[in-house]
Design a protein around this ligand. Structure first.
Ligand SMILES: *Cc1c(COP(=O)(O)O)cnc(C)c1O
Length: 495
């Protein structure tokens, strides 16, 4: 029987707030004045007072709330379901961390508060520093950088500062072809020439190629471990030795620490400097461009160059030390995104050492469960054991004219956020999947069923997949135009 369409006052294409406006509606009620009224034109000067804001929407409180609540349901979020984006570690962040971050004394602390009144906040930072050092096996850490890419830049500037002090900052940074795009961008902004190192046929750093490329002109190698295929760079210690022999340094992009925490420590396998993404590995809601945290951890020889201020213990209290002549200076206003630091410490302490290790094991188990279940249906170009994420290619489906982007869009119809599309670049038609430790078997099975179902659809009705999504308000938008010519301002229709 055909479904009868009815008109609903809740429109799937929610009207603009401006369109709900009518003159005189207000979202607030103020009591009558109990002091003499003043004319703002007289007190502020007429030129500073606007009679009205032209076209400003006038709506009631409940209209404003319903409008924004309805809009919020259009967004896919980790609170709705799994977010299988690889390389991003989109894990669920327990609410308790939010609760702790909102503790009054922490949430309302002002960065200009004197040190004597900030001891609790400084203690949070000191404890987080020591936890991160234990987890990474490094010697010192700065909490200032606001994101992974910002941490990378800080780290490469530290390398530059050390080499400059030794007499020659050198010219080149080596970067494997599996790297995240931020790595070469970072090296270039820090004034280095980027030289690519090819991965070998198994998807690992090619040691022979590295050996050839490391000259006296190379400042360092930037490597992600486990790499962006989710594979552990098992020859990392040998790679560190090759670099160190020529006076070059090893930078580790720690975005994939979700696979290492509690299991292996970069400080133990030759890394000189690395960043962490607190918003990936250590719990902070992630995405939407909100604040992040990209602490940079170093070995002793880089410690003198870390950004100011550094935390120090003096007279039985915490204090900031600005007297560090070799420091590269500040990289962020104040001391980093403090709320993110609080969440990270809460997350670490709530888990404890064994809990963190268990989270890592679960992340690896989940990714391998997905791998095993999907291997019969999708091409797996690199077959070494993977850790917390798995990268398929669309090769089989591409023969029927369906690409990774189409499959990702069809996933939306099944109620999932797409996986990471077309990254890493060394996998043609990459489908990169990272479930994280926080997904249970029920949700993983739903995701696996959706992927298998799509693989079968592609064999019988590829058009359905090529034109997906079908369950959304809009389907395929012009992504280039949306990025290049965004409409950011609503213009009121003029009478
Ligand atoms: C996310 C990510 C980055 C960049 O981190 P941001 O916090 O987004 O700046 C760098 N490298 C890798 C491998 C990543 O996954």
């Amino acid at each position: 029987m055909p479904i009868k369409k009815v008109r609903s006052h809740i429109s799937p294409n929610e009207a603009l707030l401006f369109e709900r406006s009518s003159p005189g509606k207000k979202a607030y009620q103020l009591p009558d004045l109990d002091v003499p009224a003043v004319d703002p034109r007289a007190t502020l000067g007429a030129e500073n007072v606007r009679a009205e804001i032209e076209g400003f929407p006038e709506v009631s409180e409940v209209e404003a709330i319903r409008h924004f609540t309805r809009l919020s349901t259009w967004n896919y979020a980790i609170d709705h379901g799994m977010y299988p984006l690889g390389s991003c570690t989109m894990k669920y962040n327990p609410r308790v961390n939010e609760l702790v971050a909102r503790t009054e004394g922490l949430a309302w602390a002002h960065p200009y508060q004197p040190e004597s009144l900030s001891q609790g906040a400084l203690e949070v930072m000191a404890q987080l520093e020591s936890a991160l050092l234990e987890i990474t096996g490094m010697d010192a850490v700065t909490l200032q950088p606001a994101a992974g890419a910002h941490g990378e830049l800080t780290g490469i500037l530290l390398i530059r500062a050390l080499l400059e002090q030794e007499g020659n900052p050198r010219r080149k940074i080596l970067i494997p072809d599996s790297a995240h795009g931020t790595n070469p961008a970072t090296a270039a902004i820090a004034g280095y020439v980027v030289e690519n190192i090819r991965s070998d046929e198994r998807g690992l750093l090619d040691l022979a190629a590295l050996e050839q490329s490391v000259t006296e002109d190379v400042a360092g190698l930037m490597i992600t471990n486990p790499n962006t295929l989710g594979v552990f760079e098992s020859r990392i210690i040998a790679a560190a030795e090759v670099l160190h022999r020529k006076g070059a340094l090893l930078y580790m992009d720690g975005a994939n620490m979700n696979a290492l925490v509690g299991i292996a420590r970069p400080g133990d396998f030759g890394v000189d400097v690395m960043h962490l993404n607190l918003h990936k590995t250590f719990s902070t809601p992630h995405g939407g461009g909100g604040p992040g945290g990209g602490p940079v951890a170093v070995k002793k020889h880089l410690e003198p160059f870390l950004p100011v201020p550094r935390l120090k213990r003096a007279n039985d209290a915490w204090a900031f030390d600005y007297d560090r002549p070799l420091s590269i200076g500040k990289v962020k206003a104040f001391y980093g995104n403090f709320g993110v630091l609080v969440r990270a410490l809460a997350y670490i302490m709530a888990h404890g050492g064994n809990g963190l290790r268990a989270a890592t094991m679960d992340a690896v188990l989940n990714a391998n469960y997905i791998r095993k279940k999907l291997e019969p249906f999708f091409d797996l170009p690199y077959t070494l054991p993977n850790m917390h994420e798995v990268v398929f290619s669309d090769e089989r489906q591409a023969r029927l004219g369906v690409r990774t982007g189409d499959i990702a869009k069809r996933l939306i119809d099944y109620g999932f956020h797409p996986y990471t599309v077309s990254f890493p670049l060394i996998v043609h038609g990459a489908m990169m999947i990272e479930p994280t430790e926080t997904e249970g078997k029920l949700e993983l099975d739903l995701f696996i069923d959706a992927m298998i179902s799509i693989a079968k659809e592609i064999e019988t009705e590829p058009e359905t997949v090529k034109t997906a999504p079908h369950a959304t308000r809009t389907s395929r938008v012009d992504e280039v135009k949306a990025a290049r010519k965004p409409v950011l301002k609503w213009a009121p229709a003029r009478a």
